[in-house]
Design a protein around this ligand. Structure first.
Ligand SMILES: Cc1cc2nc3c(=O)[nH]c(=O)nc-3n(C[C@H](O)[C@H](O)[C@H](O)COP(=O)(O)O)c2cc1C
Length: 200
């Protein structure tokens, strides 16, 4: 059995301690993210995933201005310090991938394949997860750390206004990325008996 895939999956971890020292050029990171999303599978090859890739000041604006200021009135004042620090830690990275699913693509599929109409929104969510995993793993292979965040729908309108995002794109996740500034936390695993059955 080739262990290459497993070693890549092992390398993909959640990294919160991000810095700006990317090991490869921004243009290469951009190309990597695009290719990972292109190659990710989707139902009926509908390619419903979309992405807005933010670098530098744009990524900082997302976390330090947009998300932080939307959260400020929602979080109790005495608890805001940790939110503030968390937003700053995402802004400390080199960029953020915004993962979207195109709702127009889903509606098209529902019209073309009425038998599966109820399933397409779920399939789209599955495709989104696959695109996220593909990008996360590709970044890890390039030595770039990342985490997966969920601030939609709170930030959707402001993000769309800032970067002219089409109305049919629905924000599903945000992935801040950058240099790995700390070792990864230890990961624990539940017992195999709780999750697997092999039957012959
Ligand atoms: C569907 C999904 C949603 C997640 N949402 C968040 C999130 O909102 N914030 C966060 O910090 N991590 C989030 N994570 C990351 C998980 O906490 C993390 O992957 C898990 O603890 C295992 O750690 P690892 O990524 O280092 O393997 C999410 C992961 C998945 C797959």
């Amino acid at each position: 059995m080739s262990k290459q895939a497993i070693s890549l999956f092992t390398a993909r971890r959640t990294q919160y301690a991000l810095g700006k020292n990317l090991p490869i050029a921004e243009s290469e990171v951009d190309a990597l993210i695009r290719q990972a999303i292109r190659l990710a599978p989707s139902s009926f090859n509908s390619q419903s995933s979309r992405a807005v890739i933010l670098f530098g000041a744009a990524s900082e604006h997302l976390w330090k201005n947009i998300t932080k200021e939307i959260l400020r009135p929602m979080v109790p004042a005495d608890a805001f310090a940790s939110t503030d620090a968390k937003m700053d830690s995402f802004a400390a990275g080199a960029g953020t991938v915004l993962f979207y699913e195109d709702q127009a693509t889903i509606q098209d599929l529902q019209q073309k394949f009425p038998l599966y109409a109820d399933n397409f929104p779920t399939f789209s969510e599955h495709s989104a997860g696959m695109a996220q995993f593909a990008v996360w793993t590709a970044l890890a292979e390039a030595g770039i750390g990342a985490s997966l965040q969920h601030y939609a729908p709170l930030i959707d309108a402001e993000v769309a206004r800032n970067w002219d995002v089409p109305a049919s794109w629905k924000l599903r996740a945000q992935m801040p990325f950058g240099s790995n500034e700390q070792p990864f936390a230890e990961k624990t695993f539940i017992a195999d008996e709780q999750r697997f059955k092999t039957v012959r």
